[in-house]
Design a protein around this ligand. Structure first.
Ligand code: HEC
Length: 166
């Protein structure tokens, strides 16, 4: 009988031990592999930041969306116009995450020109849209002057290259 108790308690102890081992926190470093981003975590982070690029990327996107916005207004395709207006706002906001120093010069553009455009689009008034678009354009150029890229003059598009037609 004593032997039996010993064997049972030994089995019990072993199973407790087994469970404890299984639930032990896994402290081992998670293994990872990058095809081209680098060998150390710092290298990977640096390369990702470089690949995201700075403010010019936001501007290339803004240039495209600014043109699409114009032709959307010409088509009175107000849903597409609002889509592009919103994406301009997002492109700039993402740009400021990467280059916070640029944000101050965009004050007028972000808090006056874009909200005004949003209202005009919601009203679906084409004459008001054209006036608002002219003010928006001036606001692009104000920021370019403040950011010392005055040689980048934004002008209202003349030729349509868009593939989206209404
Ligand atoms: C923060 C203020 C700011 C606002 C607002 C702004 N821009 Fe820019 N833009 C810049 C800066 C700064 C550059 C130069 C970027 C660089 O040197 O990395 C630039 C560059 C550009 C470029 C050249 C991008 C390239 O590399 O080819 C285009 C196109 C452009 N902007 C269009 C616009 C349009 C269109 C608007 C308005 C809808 C606008 N921008 C509003 C600051 C601004």
């Amino acid at each position: 009988m004593r032997q039996m108790i010993f064997i049972f308690s030994a089995i019990f102890m072993l199973s407790v031990l087994f469970h404890a081992c299984q639930q032990a926190p896994q402290n081992a470093e998670e293994s990872w592999e990058a095809a081209w981003l680098g060998d150390s975590k710092q290298e990977v982070i640096d390369n990702i930041e470089n690949q995201f690029q700075g403010f010019s990327r936001a501007m290339v996107e803004t240039g495209y969306r600014y043109q699409e916005l114009y032709w959307a207004g010409q088509d009175e395709n107000w849903e597409y116009a609002e889509y592009q207006r919103e994406h301009i706002e997002e492109a700039l906001e993402d740009g400021f995450v990467r280059r916070p120093d640029r944000e101050a010069s965009s004050q007028q553009f972000m808090s006056v020109a874009l909200p005004e455009m949003e209202q005009v689009i919601a009203d679906g008034d084409q004459d008001a849209f054209l006036e608002s678009y002219t003010r928006l354009t001036a606001s692009c150029n104000t920021c370019h002057a403040m950011e010392e890229v005055a040689f980048m003059v934004v002008k209202i598009p003349e030729n349509r290259t868009t593939v989206i037609h209404f």
